[in-house]
Design a protein around this ligand. Structure first.
Ligand code: ADP
Length: 375
């Protein structure tokens, strides 16, 4: 296939063509108008009356020649100057584009650390900035992907090596297959099963496998549903559950099941990290502008270390590394799922926490107009 001209050559040719057209039109205009103007000036100059017809004819010929020569040399000089300027301008435009092309190929090959220089004119610099942002986003999502694989491997390693130890012990006759040993093995298997379930749930959630079922959802029913489900577990642990009901008839535009899942995850954490004798408060309130409803879960539990705070919504991140997973079943994906569901519904989840004083998680959803919700 015939290779098309490069951008640089096209720009250069375009500039030169413009220059050529302007020199030619200059020449044509000179040929057409200079005799007319010369005649006009000869008629209106006093001294020209004394010139004979022959002298005037010679003058016209000499003038015409002089004009042609001047136009020719002027044309050559301006073509050279324009050629130089066109070359500089074309290469200033074409060079960064060429660099971008090389960089985007490099990025496509997986070299996400590639960055472009922003020393380019106008919109080209903006484009380079956007390409750099894109590369930075790809770089951080690649880093997250690698970290995720590491985390998943780490999560599997502990129960697997524990099972391995039991099986080896049984094989070498160090243990007898007593109910205690078998139930320890079953606990590790259960933990592996839960990990696999969590992973597949997370992948379904993050790939948005099921579409959102957004509808008018009464806030009171949501809060009461969560509170009823958790009440027995709170009582068993000796943690007080305080429910503040919202105004009757307040609804949000939301997917009820997903919103329930968010509240459930926040409540499960609040219960998990609050010692007996503590209090967990659950409430919802209208934002000052009346357009959104914010949901709150506040506990008087352990609070979150400021170093952990920026990471708690990251998959498999757990603040307390020493906590034994098989005892309370947290996989470090509860908040990831909560954040995903809230953002999917156009909201934002936030947290304020002080170590030793408790945590306060909250998110807001769009309010559904009361009149419509009642109809
Ligand atoms: P996990 O299954 O470990 O609870 P999450 O994603 O739900 O996973 O939470 C991530 C981390 O955030 C937890 O390991 C914990 O350190 C911290 N966290 C979440 N909620 C609370 C809370 N209410 N109080 C204290 N720490 C919390």
């Amino acid at each position: 296939m015939k290779r098309s001209l490069t951008l640089f050559t096209r720009l250069l040719l375009a500039f030169l063509l413009v220059m050529l057209v302007s020199t030619l039109s200059n020449y044509v205009a000179m040929e057409a108008f200079s005799p007319v103007f010369l005649n006009y000036h000869l008629r209106h100059t006093h001294t020209s009356a004394s010139l004979t017809a022959d002298t005037q004819a010679e003058l016209r010929v000499a003038h015409q020649r002089a004009m042609r020569q001047a136009t020719l040399w002027g044309g050559i000089v301006s073509l050279l100057a324009a050629g130089f300027v066109s070359y500089v301008v074309s290469s200033r435009i074409a060079r960064p584009i060429k660099q971008m092309q090389r960089a985007s190929r490099h990025i496509a090959e997986g070299h996400y650390q590639q960055r472009l220089s922003l020393a380019a004119p106008g919109e080209i610099a903006d484009l380079a900035k956007d390409l750099n942002n894109m590369a930075a986003t790809l770089e951080s999502s690649e880093a997250r992907r690698v970290a995720l694989i590491g985390n998943v491997a780490h999560e599997f390693r502990t129960p697997l090596s524990s099972l391995h130890g039991y099986v080896e012990g049984l094989e070498d006759g160090l243990f007898k297959p007593t109910p205690g040993v078998l139930s320890a093995c079953k606990r590790q298997l259960g933990r592996l099963e839960r990990l696999v379930d969590d992973l597949s749930f997370l992948s379904r959630v993050e790939s948005n496998a099921e579409p959102l079922q957004v509808q008018a959802t009464p806030v009171k029913a949501l809060l009461e549903g969560v509170s009823e489900t958790f009440q027995p577990r709170f009582q068993a642990k000796g943690v007080r559950l305080e429910l503040r009901r919202p105004e009757e008839g307040t609804s949000v535009l939301a997917d009820p099941l997903r919103t329930l899942q968010v509240l459930t995850n926040l409540m499960a954490n609040a219960l998990r990290y609050t010692p007996p004798g503590g209090t967990v408060s659950l409430w919802a309130e209208l934002d000052p502008d009346g357009r959104r409803v914010s949901f709150h879960v506040r506990d008087t539990g352990s609070g979150i270390d400021p170093n952990d705070l920026p990471h708690i919504f990251t998959r498999f991140y757990r603040g307390d590394k020493s906590r034994r997973r098989d005892e309370d079943g947290g996989s470090g994906i509860g908040l990831t799922i909560a954040k995903h569901f809230v953002e999917l519904q156009g909201g934002r989840i936030e947290v304020q926490s002080q170590p030793g004083q408790g945590s306060h998680f909250y998110f807001s959803l769009v309010r559904y107009a009361d009149t419509l919700a009642l109809s």
